[in-house]
Design a protein around this ligand. Structure first.
Ligand code: E4P
Length: 214
């Protein structure tokens, strides 16, 4: 299973890359806005430190505009993956970009039917947003489980990126159903390391080491 960082924070990405645990990065306009930097400069910075797939999102609404944006992103970084919204125009753009050798990530996916369409269009990645589904009272991970089963049934090559991750439980369920990738916010990534019994165990061993006969 691959871990992507869902962030444009260069320091956090550097840290995860340094740990050898960051296989890619996903960004979107909201994530970029939070860093207070201009999109191109932050993408160039990330591309310098992280060689895996780097998802970049434009705001084009027509296939033509999305293709144009995608070609531009590919010039910024050889590892750029173009995020394409799950619309009919978006899927047109997916076909064109993938034919040109530019990878796409179909984003804002909320159902297995949408994921099926994205795979048939030839997308390299598909991003079901599990947290946002949970927010409206649905079980986001159930959608991922359905997508994983459908892709397995037909041998689709499209990789599932579990997105809108809010908890370590999301990552665990993603791994359990065989999703290829989870894109994880830094806060959840940090939580994955921790368990209160690990902390207590370390403290206890340290105390006993000090008490032991030297
Ligand atoms: C994924 O590619 C998206 O950037 C992200 O996971 C969206 O998450 P959110 O619902 O927390 O905004």
């Amino acid at each position: 299973m691959k871990f992507f960082l869902d962030s444009a924070n260069v320091e956090k990405i550097k840290n995860a890359v340094g740990l050898g645990l960051c296989d890619g990065v996903t960004t979107n306009p909201t994530i970029i806005m939070k860093e207070g930097k201009e999109q191109k400069s932050v993408i160039l910075e990330i591309a310098k430190i992280m060689k895996g797939p780097l998802s970049v999102e434009g705001i084009g609404e027509t296939a033509e505009q999305m293709v144009k944006d995608g070609e531009e992103f590919a010039k910024w970084a050889p590892n750029a993956v173009v995020k394409i919204p799950m619309t009919a125009e978006g899927l047109k753009a997916v076909r064109i970009l993938e034919k040109k050798g530019i990878k796409t990530n179909v984003t804002l996916v909320f159902s297995a039917s949408q994921a099926l369409l994205a795979a048939k269009a030839g997308a390299s990645f598909v991003s079901p947003f599990v947290g946002r589904l949970d927010d409206i009272g649905q079980d986001g991970m159930k959608v991922v489980e359905d997508i994983a089963q459908i892709y397995r049934n037909y041998g689709f090559k499209t990789e599932i990126i579990v997105a809108s991750v809010r908890s370590t439980a999301h990552v665990e369920r993603a791994a359990k159903c065989g999703a290829h990738i989870a894109t994880i916010p830094p806060k959840v990534f940090e939580e994955m390391f921790r368990h209160q019994l690990t902390d207590r165990g370390i403290a206890r061993f340290l105390e006993d080491y000090k008490k032991a006969k030297k």
